[in-house]
Design a protein around this ligand. Structure first.
Ligand code: NAD
Ligand code: ZN
Length: 374
């Protein structure tokens, strides 16, 4: 460990309790849900279940009919227009309590990172009480959340595996999750058939999050032997998927689903580097979603990650996707300073990438010139 300021303090690493994997494994979900109902009823509960589902699936009755939902349950569709906000999470929790779902037997989150993070946050709040913003930080969640099952429908962020759920605080703009062992899913269903309908460009942007996380952590000074092993395999699986003829073939979709899960396990024990802080700047100041923002940042990272950048652009070309450009030209002085502030605030990943004197490299002019390449 090269730098003590990067000590995570995490001595024990918690992983997801159990998972099903493989094409068609969605059909295993009802048995898990029913087992939770039965145990809740045994303990005097009603055995009702909450399903939080990505809005895309509102138009997919064939998938909805396979989840094991019953009339007594609550199905809520989660909008993906905005990434999760603390206020929206609080409203959803209040709505569930009002509707009599304060102690469901389990919460099923089915969707992308937005929906999975929403399920994690709601689960913690139903048992811990209070407001989402009170738990933004490290190890602030006091008691286990409601049992929760994650079903990812797009691969890359690793949200299915991590101990956080990213939320933006509507009051102060802080983008930070509930980093806690209690945030980890109890069970996952990893069914690569579910990702067949993702639009190609979105599939690429989100999938690249796994590759980028691991490239950053492998290039950093803070290293963890298990994290490195997860990262190496994640990068290898991403290469197999994105350098293949078709990143969305059944084989590629299965590889990427595994890469996403392993990539999530990797970041749980390590740090990202330069790309995520710049990406966070784009999200906070310009409102871009996380995964597309990462890809835009790759336009300016060749001096820091030359090999990964070369490979990234080969993958872009191979899969014929478009990465937005000229995002930062013609902004106001206030916007450039907001971009600078929102980037350099990420002390730990930037220290991991450049050392504790990272501000000597990342001067205002340097950071602005990098944003202008995007
Ligand atoms: P998303 O939830 O943002 O969804 C992206 C789009 O894909 C949406 O339009 C959604 O409706 C659509 N979609 C999802 N599955 C689909 C399917 N099977 N078919 C068709 N359309 C589908 O997806 P994301 O990129 O996985 O998640 C981004 C979020 O993840 C951000 O909020 C980010 O902050 C968060 N994140 C969390 C972690 C974590 O550890 N918790 C890590 C990284 C990112
Ligand atoms: Zn990410």
């Amino acid at each position: 460990m090269a730098n003590n300021s990067l000590n995570t303090g995490i001595k024990l690493v918690k992983n997801v309790g159990s998972f099903n994997i493989g094409a068609g494994s969605l059909d295993e979900l009802p048995a898990h849900v029913d087992a939770r109902r039965a145990s809740a009823i045994k303990q005097g509960g009603e055995g009702k279940v909450v399903f939080l589902i990505d809005e895309f699936f509102a138009g997919q009755p064939a998938t909805l009919s396979r989840l094991g939902a019953k009339e007594q349950d609550r199905i809520e569709f989660v909008s993906t227009r905005d990434e999760p906000k603390t206020e929206a999470i609080d409203l959803r929790v209040a709505g569930l309590v009002k509707a009599g779902f304060s102690k469901p037997a389990t919460i099923v989150g089915l969707g992308g990172g937005i929906t999975l993070d929403t399920a994690k946050a709601v689960s913690n709040l139903l048992t811990n009480g209070g407001l989402a913003e009170q738990y933004q930080g490290w190890d602030l969640v006091k008691v286990p959340g409601i049992h929760k099952i994650g079903v990812p429908t797009i691969s890359g962020t690793g949200a299915e595996a991590t101990r956080t759920c990213v939320m933006t605080n509507t009051r102060n703009g802080l983008k930070l999750g509930m980093n806690s062992d209690h945030t980890v899913f109890n069970h996952l269903v990893l069914d690569p058939e579910l990702t067949a309908t993702v639009p190609r460009s979105q599939y690429f942007y989100t999938g690249m999050d796994a590759y980028i996380h691991c490239v950053e952590s492998m290039a950093g000074s803070y290293r963890n032997a298990i994290g490195d092993a997860y990262s190496r395999e994640t990068i290898s699986l991403c290469r197999q998927a994105f350098l293949a003829e078709d990143m969305m073939s059944p084989e590629s979709r299965e590889r990427l689903m595994v890469a996403s899960y392993l990539g999530g396990c990797a970041i749980a024990t390590s740090y990202v580097g330069l790309i995520h802080p710049f990406s966070a700047g784009l999200s906070v100041v310009l409102g871009l979603h996380h995964c597309v923002a990462n890809c835009i940042v790759m336009r300016a990272m060749d001096e820091f990650y030359p090999k990964a950048c070369e490979e990234f652009w080969t993958m872009v070309e191979r899969q014929r996707v478009t990465i937005p450009e000229n995002i930062c030209s013609g902004l106001t002085d206030e916007q450039y300073s907001a971009l600078y502030d929102a980037t350099v605030i990420h002390q730990k990943p930037l220290t991991n990438a450049l050392g504790s004197n990272y501000l000597e490299v990342l001067t205002f002019d340097k950071v602005t010139s990098l944003f202008l390449k995007m």
